[in-house]
Design a protein around this ligand. Structure first.
Ligand SMILES: Nc1ncnc2c1ncn2[C@@H]1O[C@H](COP(=O)(O)OP(=O)(O)OP(=O)(O)O)[C@@H](O)[C@H]1O
Length: 410
């Protein structure tokens, strides 16, 4: 940086009052000319200084902007667990649940309380207290270290389990097999079928089997009010997965961001479109044999934009249908495993009766049957309890729940 120029010397001249008038006048003229010179120099310097000040202001602005960007791109979300006092708090980082004792700047210390959600930087220093709007990002993702669902908990979809294991599990557990054969495993797997048939369970079971972090995001969460928020969430999602490898990214209701483009060109549509493009570009730039696998699910397969089904994207489609008769029997057995079921309960008969039920509905049937047993003051669930539960569900939902299973999905 250039240094400030030194000030010109101030002209000083002692004029002898006893000098004759013409000499004094001459001396005063000379002094005046010197003063005019100095004044001109000072004006020049002032101009230079103004210019430099302008330069510096621009640099400060630039640095402040850079600082803002740096801050905003590297912040993590955490919760304040405890305010210890003396400007120190314990925060727990979302995602990895790491607890850290950190100092808080006096600017924030007065306002921070236990339970607040805050943004922390790499060194865990609290940068800001989040309002509910910003917080939505943290809430949009559900992260489980190793979900407690195994393949044995899923009934009636053995073929689908096998396919998912081949397409998602094997690339994680035996990547060398793909290398030996010289093929890339599918980039993404799309599970499609009616609600409550076990799509989420399947994705969780793979994460469990492979000891991977399960990161779930609902497509509807990606449809945001503000421009750029959806794509930002997609970036966060993949960034988080990279931090937590091996990881299974599960995007439920993918149709929310990937429905066929309509004619209308509202700004909302454009924003959804941008979010989808971000998702596709994250997938395109993906290491096919890496430690992150992507599973998406939808109940609205017919509405999907075919662009997401192209090779290298969701190129393995697996239909997860409503369970058939045997499937329903298996699911009933799974959901009554932990129940005290009497010998007389006829699962085959119940499976016959529950045509059209999804796995989720069969689970409610089992719970409802248990409620009837309690109502009758028994600790054992009888066949009649299942029948009562079935009648109740049919009456309650005659118009919506049961028939809705097939409603969305054609
Ligand atoms: N095939 C199944 N075997 C055992 N339980 C099942 C099965 N399908 C569904 N369930 C039960 O229903 C619940 C909901 O299932 P899940 O969330 O996996 O369905 P989904 O297909 O992802 O539904 P949605 O499309 O509505 O997200 C599960 O927690 C489980 O208890």
């Amino acid at each position: 940086m250039s240094r400030s120029p030194s000030l010109p010397e101030r002209p000083h001249r002692d004029i002898d009052p006893d000098l004759p008038d013409d000499e004094r006048l001459e001396a005063l003229r000379g002094h005046y000319t010197e003063l005019v010179d100095v004044n001109a120099q000072l004006e020049e310097q002032l101009e230079d200084t103004d210019e430099r000040r302008e330069d510096l202001r621009e640099r400060v602005d630039r640095v402040e902007r850079e600082n803002e960007t740096l801050k905003s791109s590297s912040l993590y979300i955490a919760s304040v667990e405890d305010v210890v006092g003396d400007g120190e708090v314990v925060v727990k980082q979302h995602g990895n649940n790491q607890e850290v004792l950190t100092e808080v700047s006096p600017r924030i210390a007065e306002r921070v309380e236990a339970g607040d959600r805050v943004a922390v930087n790499d060194s865990f220093s609290i940068q800001s207290i989040l309002d509910t709007e910003t917080d939505a990002r943290a809430q949009a993702m559900e992260i489980t270290d190793r979900p407690a669902v195994s393949y044995e908990d899923i009934g009636g979809i053995d073929d689908q389990i096998r396919e998912v294991r081949e397409a998602v599990e094997q690339p994680l557990t035996q990547p060398e097999r793909f290398e030996e054969v010289g093929i890339d495993p599918p980039s993404g797997v799309l599970l499609h079928g009616p609600p409550g048939t076990g799509k989420t369970m399947l994705a969780k079971a793979v994460a469990n089997q492979t000891d991977a972090t399960f990161i779930k995001m609902a497509g509807s969460e990606l449809v945001r009010k503000f421009i750029g928020e959806g794509s930002r969430l997609v970036r966060d999602l993949f960034e988080l997965a990279r931090e937590r490898e091996p990881a299974i990214i599960f995007i439920d209701e993918i149709d929310a961001v990937a429905t066929t483009r309509t004619e209308s060109k509202t700004s909302g549509d454009a924003e959804v479109q941008r979010t989808m493009m971000q998702l596709l570009s994250e997938m395109d730039g993906f290491e096919a044999r890496g430690e992150i696998r992507i599973i998406a699910a939808t109940n609205r397969f017919d509405m999907l934009d075919r662009a997401i089904l192209r090779p290298g994207r969701f190129d393995r489609l697996i239909e997860v249908p409503e369970p058939d008769r045997d499937g329903r029997e298996q699911i009933l057995k799974i959901h009554t495993r932990g129940m005290n079921v009497a010998d007389g309960v006829d699962f085959a008969d119940l499976a016959d009766e529950t045509g059209g039920y999804s796995g989720a509905e069969i689970e409610s049937l089992a719970t409802e049957a248990g409620m009837f047993a309690i109502r009758h003051d028994r600790d054992e669930v009888h066949h009649e309890d299942f029948v009562d539960a079935f009648d109740k569900i049919e009456t309650d939902d005659s118009s919506d729940v049961i028939s809705s299973a097939g409603y969305f999905y054609q």
